[in-house]
Design a protein around this ligand. Structure first.
Ligand code: NAD
Length: 362
């Protein structure tokens, strides 16, 4: 990115806010992409491995746009935003940093709502909450939903069921062989839920203790991390890194379905075209992994967490996936493009609804 405003014009961003405090050694970016559906919402990332500040700004902008699509496709009435604190994620003096961010967010008066992301924790969110109400992903003792990874896992399972319906003609996961990469917060919950559903699993993680725990608890098979792409199965479930569908892995993958929680699974968009050509069903990542944020943000505007209501909304990821397939068939396009189209169609339609004036005073 060479010119910020040109980039913002290209993808139709609304705002970009830069925040700094010299005494606190605090630098942050808040990007707002689109608020057609509701306040811009998206987590706060803390990261320092940027080549320069333009990189950090681009990251915030790109992630904010991703959130617009995620909420729109999920049927949630929120827009897309993201914050990036340019700083060491291991930084120890967290209270002043996150309270400072809270102050800046509060100035935006609810136009942006933040939450947890890479490099930040629920406790960091509690510091932000000291300065502003515009934060989700809070611990339960502050009225939040607490750990949302189990709901991200549940949403991914619902997406898997929709994919099985497309490929095998029925939703059942019983007896399906699922190849799981990454056994962290989401991955280990997916293994637990798949076990419950009667699936068989082959798992891997670079952390051997996590693998050992899953093997002893659920009797799953294990392989070395580098061998995971060669495993034959029904579903490949990436729950570790992004960009795992790439030139090197595409020819190795042997599953009919790719459905996992990892963000940015396609290294480049054309890899989604190749999956389509190979007859593999790709469940677009931002559809499958929306469960946590659907559950987390459900309390906004309706007052308070309801497990039953939140889980029911996450469950709709199944229907969202079926709609993606419908659009893919209708327009003869790969699923990753169909998901974008589904999101864009909803934003256009709701913008149309919103043009009617509620308050008829001139
Ligand atoms: P996590 O850090 O808890 O777990 C990631 C796991 O992947 C770790 O156990 C790590 O050891 C393992 N790993 C890293 N590199 C690996 C490799 N090369 N091979 C095998 N395993 C490897 O993260 P998480 O919260 O479970 O998230 C997993 C993915 O899902 C991430 O891409 C994340 O962005 C995405 N996601 C998570 C949530 C959520 O609710 N936590 C929501 C949406 C998307």
């Amino acid at each position: 990115m060479d010119a910020i405003l040109d980039y913002m014009e290209k993808y139709d961003y609304e705002n970009l806010f830069l925040c700094q405090d010299r005494a606190l050694n605090f630098k942050a970016v808040i990007a707002i992409h689109d608020t057609t559906l509701g306040p811009a919402t998206g987590g706060c990332r803390m990261w320092n491995r940027y080549a320069g500040e333009m990189d950090a700004i681009e990251d915030a902008l790109r992630l904010a746009r991703g959130m617009t699509y995620k909420y729109a496709a999920a049927g949630v009435n929120l827009g897309g935003g993201k914050a990036v604190i340019i700083g060491d994620p291991q930084r120890q003096d967290r209270e002043p940093v996150f309270r400072a961010l809270g102050k800046f967010i509060n100035r935006l008066g609810g136009k942006y709502i933040t939450g947890e992301d890479v490099g930040t924790t629920l406790e960091d969110m509690a510091y932000i909450r000291m300065e502003t109400e515009y934060v989700v992903t809070l611990p339960t003792y502050l009225g939040g939903a607490g750990d949302i990874a189990p709901m991200t896992a549940f949403g991914t399972l619902r997406a898997m069921q929709a994919c099985c319906n497309r490929v095998y003609g029925s939703d059942g996961l019983e007896g399906k062989r699922v190849v799981v990469q990454g056994l962290g917060a989401v991955g280990h919950n997916i293994v637990a839920q798949l076990h419950e559903a009667g699936a068989k699993m082959v798992v891997t993680d670079i952390d051997s203790a996590k693998v050992a725990a899953m093997v002893s608890r659920y009797g799953v098979e294990q392989v070395e991390p580098a061998a995971i792409y060669d495993v034959e199965g029904d579903i490949f479930c990436p729950c570790a890194l992004g960009q795992v569908i790439n030139d090197a892995t595409l020819s190795r993958l042997k599953c009919k379905i790719i459905c996992g929680s990892a963000n940015n699974q396609l290294a480049e968009e054309h890899h989604g075209d190749v999956l389509e050509e190979k007859g593999m069903v790709y469940a677009p990542d931002y559809i499958t992994n929306a469960g946590g944020t659907i559950y987390d943000t459900d309390r906004l505007g309706v007052g308070g967490v309801s497990h039953a209501r939140g889980k029911e909304k996450v469950s709709r990821i199944y229907a969202n996936m079926l709609r993606v397939f419908e659009i893919a068939d209708r327009d003869q396009i790969p699923t990753y493009l169909a998901a974008d189209r589904m999101a864009e169609e909803r934003i256009r339609q709701i913008a149309e609804v919103k043009k009617y004036v509620d308050d008829l005073k001139p």
